[in-house]
Design a protein around this ligand. Sequence first.
Ligand code: CP
Length: 306
Amino acid sequence: MGELRHLINITDLSVKELDHLMETADDIIANPEKYQDACAHKKLATLFFEPSTRTRLSFTAAMMELGGNVLGFDSADSSSSKKGESVSDTIIMAGCYADIIAMRHPKEGAPVVGAVKSSVPIINAGDGGHFHPTQTLTDLMTIHRKKGEIGNFTVGLCGDLKYGRTVHSLIEALLRYEGVKYVMIAPEELRLPAYIREKLDEAGAEWSEVESLDDAIPDLDILYMTRIQQERFPSWEEYEKLKDSFILTRAMLKPAKEDLIIMHPLPRVNEIDVDVDDDPRACYFYQALMGKYIRMALILYLLGIK
Ligand code: CP
C-alpha cells in the first residue's frame, strides 16, 4: 500500500504535483473514455457539514465519471454530529465505508483533526474562513487553460479578502510561481488577514492594496471577484454596511484588457452583474466546470490510480 496522502492545504502539493494534476485533467478532457472505469468499485464519501453547490456536486460528478460511487451527507443536521458525534469519530466511520473522503466543515482546522485518525485520504473541501484547496486547483486549472501558463500576470483579488478562504488558498499557491503581481481590492474592514500578508512579504511578492475597483481594472490580466461572506460576519449590521462594496458591471470593463479573464469561485450574490455573463472575458462558469476535471485528477492521484 502506498503512503496515505491528504489534501488539507494547497501547499500539501508540490508545484510538480500541481503540474501533474493539470496534465491529467487536460488528458481527461481530451480522452474521457480512458478514465470511465478508473475508479470502478471505489467509493467517495462527501461529508458536508456546511452548504455547497459546486464543490459537492463536482466531487460527485467527478467520482461518477470515473466509474466510482458516492455516499455521504449534505448538512450537519442529517448526520450524527447533530447528536454530538465528534469530527474524528465521523471520519473513522466514513473510512469504514469509503476509500476517500471530501469534507467541508465550518470550523477552521477540522480536516486536520479528521486526518489524524483517518485510514483513507481526506480532502479539505473548505474549512471555515481558512482554506479551500480544491477551489484553488480549480482556479489554477482555469488560468492554465485560459492563459497557457501560471505566472507572469497581474491578478486583482477583489471583495472579501478577510473571510474569503478561496483567496487565501489561491495566494498561497501563486506565491510559488514566477512573475505574479497582486492588487488587493477591498474595503479597509475586509483586507487580508495578517498571516497572509506576512506570507506575501516573506515571499518578496509585489503587491498593493487599493479600495477602487475602477482604478485597478485597466492593469489586470486576471480579475478574481469574491462574495462578501455574510455567514462569517460578527453582526448583520456590519454585513449590510459592506455587502455591496463592489459590483462589477459591463460598463466598468470598457478600459479592461482584451484578454482579461474574470474569475469568481461562486456563488455570486450581487458582486457581478448578470450583464457581464455574456462578455467573452467572463470565465466563472467555465471555472466551475474545470472543478470537475481537476477533482477527477485529484481523486485518481490520492487513490494512487495510474
Ligand atoms: N466555490 C464553492 O466552493 O462553491 P460551493 O460553496 O457552492 O461549493
